[in-house]
Ligand binder design. Structure first.
Ligand code: HEM
Length: 230
């Protein structure tokens, strides 16, 4: 039997093999598409690596494997000449492929995720010229003294979702390990940044800020203070 009933009722009813079928089936369609095909063919040099990255992406999102370490937001912000009709074409091919899997649960899950991510990628692409940035390197002379727990959507304290600040003299270096996190400065300059795996942001002492997961993932904060205080 290709899909034995999982022992744990909360366990996903699909496997890595189903994800592979989805990704490979989808990219076979994309490559033959007259509008999307040329974009991928021009920009993806190592096709096997790209397919593996995409399998990791969907496996992380639907099976929680945490294998995906890429950065989709900047990857798409760099592509010239995207348009919403192009995303609609992408989504039409994706929905056609997910329907062919004959796994209604997985189909509904990935279709909804793809719609949400496409809307996000399109909105970031439109704003790409104005993508704000915040410092990602701590000033000299600071010593790390504590790491926070690894936060995920499940254990993220409410206090971090509302405006708060570090205590006087304490700096934070927030590192996103997986997923997509929005970091908002509630104090001037009132900027916000959307961070993906591997990206960091410096939290200055006393500056009020809060965070929200845009896509499930994890992050951690290293707290630092001036060397003399330690
Ligand atoms: C018009 C629609 C889209 C086009 C033309 C497109 C095109 C591309 C291209 C050319 C790359 C390779 C970029 C590079 O290596 O520099 C890429 C990467 C990727 N795409 Fe898309 N894409 C589209 C929509 C989407 C959507 C809706 C999703 C997710 C639901 C998605 C997920 C990804 C992921 C996860 C990567 C790997 C990013 C990384 O390098 O970390 N794409 N896409």
């Amino acid at each position: 039997m290709s899909h034995p009933a999982p022992a744990d009722p909360a366990a996903p009813a699909h496997t890595e093999d189903d994800i592979r079928r989805l990704v490979h089936g989808f990219y076979a369609k994309v490559r033959q598409d007259e509008t999307l095909g040329p974009i991928f063919n021009a920009r993806v040099a190592d096709r096997d690596h790209h397919l593996q990255l995409l399998c990791d992406f969907w496996s992380s999102l639907t099976l929680g494997t945490g294998r995906f370490k890429g950065a989709p937001i900047p990857a798409h912000a760099r592509i010239p000449d995207l348009s919403w009709p192009l995303f609609q074409r992408w989504l039409a091919l994706f929905h056609a492929t997910s329907a062919e899997l004959r796994l209604p649960g997985l189909q509904a899950e990935v279709d909804a995720m793809a719609e949400r991510i496409a809307a996000k990628l399109w909105s970031v692409w439109q704003d790409r010229a104005a993508i704000p940035s915040l410092p990602d390197t701590l000033p000299d002379g600071l010593q790390p003294y504590k790491d926070s727990p690894v936060f995920t959507p499940e254990n993220l304290p409410d206090a971090l979702k509302a405006a708060h600040s570090t205590k006087a003299g304490t700096w934070g270096l927030l590192k996103v390990h997986a997923g997509v996190l929005r970091f908002v400065l509630d104090d001037a300059p009132h900027t916000q940044v959307v961070l993906t795996a591997g990206q960091r942001v410096v939290i200055e002492p006393g500056l009020r800020h809060h965070v929200a997961f845009e896509l499930p993932g994890s992050f951690q904060i290293t707290f630092c203070r001036k060397h003399a205080d330690t």
